[in-house]
Ligand binder design. Structure first.
Ligand SMILES: Nc1nc2c(c(=O)[nH]1)N[C@H]1C(S)=C(S)[C@@H](COP(=O)(O)O)O[C@H]1N2
Ligand SMILES: [Mo]
Length: 197
């Protein structure tokens, strides 16, 4: 008995360590969308980065997949307090796209098909921190979860991980996106509980 309860205790502590303050664990994958689910066929999908000089840099679906595709296993944290551990994704690091242009803008406005926006600092888009995800759990990303492609920025609250992502507007200054204009935090670090402002 004592061996079994120690085992359970150890397992509980391990997931507790991975749970930011104020969060609880969930096994399912809730859908949170502020509007209807847009449908974007991959043959007309594009990712756009608008640099500060106004030039538009675009990648088609095939051009995106010509870049290195990574497997990401990570925990995700929603500001509505659910967290999900060890989610599995495939995607292309945003850094691979950014490094193809010469613009050291400190911020980006992320914009989605359907009109959603969110703001992120360039440092939060660095290698190993942010991806354009196109698969979840070994399957093409479902439309409800942002398919064909969504942003994945797991070290920030999940509202920063824009579903149906379309592109980035590079900016000198930080301007609030959709939820940020409605009181959500400009940065959104779950370990600091940067929920609102
Ligand atoms: N385009 C778009 N992206 C979005 C949202 C949204 O409403 N529209 N909701 C955000 C919020 S608040 C969360 S918690 C996650 C939810 O992702 P999920 O529906 O795949 O769980 O998507 C984020 N990205
Ligand atoms: Mo959320």
């Amino acid at each position: 008995m004592s061996v079994i309860s120690r085992g359970f205790g150890a397992r509980r502590r391990e997931s507790d360590d991975r749970l930011p303050p104020g969060q609880y664990l969930t096994q399912d994958f809730p859908v949170l969308s502020a509007g209807p689910t847009p449908r974007i066929p991959t043959d007309s999908w594009e990712f756009v980065i608008v640099a500060r000089d106004g030039l538009r840099h675009t990648w088609s679906w095939d051009e995106l997949h010509a870049l290195p595709v990574e497997t990401i296993t990570t925990d995700i944290h929603c500001v509505t307090r659910w967290s999900k551990l060890d989610t599995r994704w495939r995607g292309v690091a945003v850094s691979h796209l950014l490094e193809q242009l010469d613009d050291d803008a400190a911020y980006a406005e992320v914009f989605s098909y359907g009109g959603y926006t969110t703001n992120v600092a360039r440092t939060d888009l660095a290698a190993g921190r942010a991806w354009i995800a196109t698969e979840f759990d070994g399957e093409p990303l479902a439309p409800a979860h942002g398919g064909p492609a969504r942003l994945l920025i797991p070290h920030l609250y999940f509202w920063k991980s824009a579903k149906w992502v379309h592109g980035l507007n590079l900016r000198i200054d930080d301007a609030p996106g959709f939820w940020e204009q409605n009181g959500y935090n400009m940065h959104g670090d779950p370990w600091k509980e940067e929920r609102y402002w």
